[in-house]
Write a protein that binds this ligand. Structure first.
Ligand code: FES
Length: 403
C-alpha cells in the first residue's frame, strides 16, 4: 500500500463525528420516548401521569441525568451545524432533507418548552406538574398546546428517521422492522391521546374555583417579572441559535468560494466527466452531476454501497481513514477500491462505481454477488464447426446437442 494510502488517524475523523452524533441522538431519543410514555399514561389516569412524571424527573433531573441530557443536546446540535458546514451541496435524498428540516425545527419549540418548565423550575421553583401543564396547554393556552404537540411529532419523526437509517443496514432489521414501525406510530398517537384524555379530565376539575386556586398556589408560578426574565432568556437563546446557523452558512459559503478556485475532474464510465471544486467527495460529485450512484446510508460511510474502483496514479489519493478501511475490509474490497462518500480527490481521477444504484439496503454488506465485475487476464479459445449454422438450422435443438 503506498504511503499516501495508509489509513489516517486524524481526530476527530468523520467516523468519530458520526458516532458522537449517533450516541448523542440516542440519548435524546430515549428522553423523548420516556416523555411520550409518560404522556401516554394519561390514558389510564391523571394520577398515573403524575406518578410517571415522578420517575421521569428522578431519571432526568438529577445531576447525572441533566448533564447527560444537556451534554447530548449541545453535542448533537453542534454536530448538526458541523455537518451543514461540511455539506458541499444541498441535493440529497428526500429522507435526509426531511431529517435535516425536522432537526432544524426542533429547537424553535424546544427552547420555549425547556425555558418555561425546566429553567422556571430551577430558578423559581415552579412546580411544572402534569396537572398544571395540562391545564395550561389544554384549557388556558391551547395554541401553546398545539405547538407542544407539534414538537413531540417533529422530534419523534426526526429520531425515528435517524434510527431507521442507522439500523436498516443490519441483516436482522427486516425481521423486527414491522414491530418497530408499530411502536414508532403508536407511541406518539398514545401520547397525544393520553394528553387529550388528561385535558378533558382537568377541564372538569377546573370548574371548581377552589381546586383551581389550590393548583395555582401549589405551582408557585413565576410572577410577571419572572415571566419577563424567562421570555428574555427564550428570545436570547433563539437569537443565539439563529446566529449560529447563519454563521455556519456564512462559513460554508466562504469555504466553497475558496475551494472553487481549484477543481478536479472525475471521469466516469460512458465517457462522463464531472468537474467539481476540490473538497467534494466523489459521491457529492455524482449527485451534483445527477449521476445515479448507490448510497444506502446517505454518505455516512457505513454501508459501502457507494464503493468505486479508482484509477489514479499511485500516491495521488488522500489516505483512507481508519473507519473507511474497516468498512472496505468488511466487504472484502480489493485494492484500488474506495468509498465514494469518503474520498475527496485532490487530483483528476477515473472511477467506476461497483454497485448498481438500485441496490436494496439489506444487500449492502454483500461481499460477492453485487460486484459489477473485476478485471482479469484471460485466454479464450474459440472453436467452431464448419457449416454449423446451416447444419443446425435444419435440426431440432435436442438433436443439435447430440451431434
Ligand atoms: S454511501 Fe454508504 S458508505 Fe458511502
Amino acid at each position: 500500500m503506498p504511503a499516501a494510502d495508509k489509513p489516517s488517524a486524524s481526530w476527530p475523523g468523520p467516523a468519530r463525528v458520526r458516532r458522537a452524533r449517533l450516541y448523542s441522538g440516542l440519548v435524546l431519543f430515549v428522553f423523548v420516548a420516556t416523555h411520550l410514555l409518560n404522556h401516554a399514561l394519561g390514558l389510564i389516569s391523571l394520577q398515573a401521569m403524575e406518578a410517571g412524571r415522578w420517575l421521569f424527573i428522578a431519571v432526568w433531573r438529577n445531576p447525572v441525568g441533566s448533564t447527560l441530557l444537556f451534554g447530548a443536546l449541545l453535542l448533537h446540535l453542534s454536530l448538526a451545524l458541523w455537518s451543514i458546514y461540511l455539506r458541499r451541496h444541498l441535493r440529497m435524498p428526500i429522507w435526509q432533507a426531511m431529517q435535516l428540516v425536522l432537526g432544524l425545527l426542533i429547537p424553535t419549540v424546544l427552547v420555549h418548552h425547556a425555558v418555561f418548565t425546566r429553567a422556571a423550575w430551577s430558578v423559581y421553583g415552579y412546580q411544572d406538574s402534569y396537572t398544571m401543564l395540562v391545564l395550561l396547554f389544554w384549557q388556558l393556552r391551547p395554541d401553546l398546546g398545539l405547538w407542544q404537540s407539534a414538537l413531540v411529532l417533529v422530534a419523534w419523526a426526526h429520531g425515528c428517521i435517524g434510527i431507521h437509517y442507522w439500523l436498516r443496514l443490519r441483516p436482522w432489521y427486516r425481521l423486527v422492522a414491522m414491530e418497530l414501525y408499530t411502536v414508532a406510530i403508536m407511541l406518539p398517537v398514545m401520547a397525544l391521546l393520553g394528553f387529550a384524555q388528561a385535558g378533558r379530565y382537568v377541564s372538569v376539575l377546573a370548574q371548581d374555583p377552589q381546586w383551581l386556586r389550590n393548583l395555582l398556589a401549589d405551582a408557585q408560578a413565576p410572577d410577571a417579572a419572572g415571566l419577563a426574565t424567562l421570555t428574555a432568556w427564550r428570545d436570547g437563546i433563539w437569537m443565539a441559535l439563529a446566529a449560529l446557523l447563519l454563521l455556519t452558512l456564512l462559513a460554508r459559503a466562504l469555504r466553497q468560494w475558496r475551494e472553487s478556485a481549484r477543481s478536479v475532474r472525475i471521469h466516469y464510465p460512458n465517457a462522463q466527466v464531472v468537474t467539481v471544486p476540490r473538497g467534494f467527495t466523489v459521491l457529492e460529485a455524482s449527485h451534483q452531476a445527477g449521476i445515479a450512484h448507490a448510497s444506502v446510508c446517505g454518505g455516512r460511510g457505513r454501508c459501502s454501497t457507494c464503493r468505486v474502483r479508482v484509477h489514479a496514479p499511485d500516491g495521488s489519493l488522500p489516505a483512507a481513514s481508519e473507519a473507511e478501511t474497516r468498512v472496505l475490509a468488511r466487504v472484502g474490497a480489493g485494492p484500488h477500491v474506495r468509498l465514494a462518500c469518503q474520498l475527496r480527490p485532490t487530483h483528476d481521477l477515473r472511477v467506476t462505481p461497483l454497485i448498481p444504484p438500485s441496490v436494496p439496503p439489506a444487500m449492502s454488506w454483500s461481499q460477492g454477488h453485487l460486484m459489477a465485475g473485476e478485471e482479469r487476464e484471460l485466454c479464450v479459445l474459440f472453436a467452431d464447426l464448419r457449416g454449423f449454422t446451416r447444419l443446425s438450422e435444419h435440426r431440432l435443438p435436442y438433436d443439435v446437442v447430440f451431434l
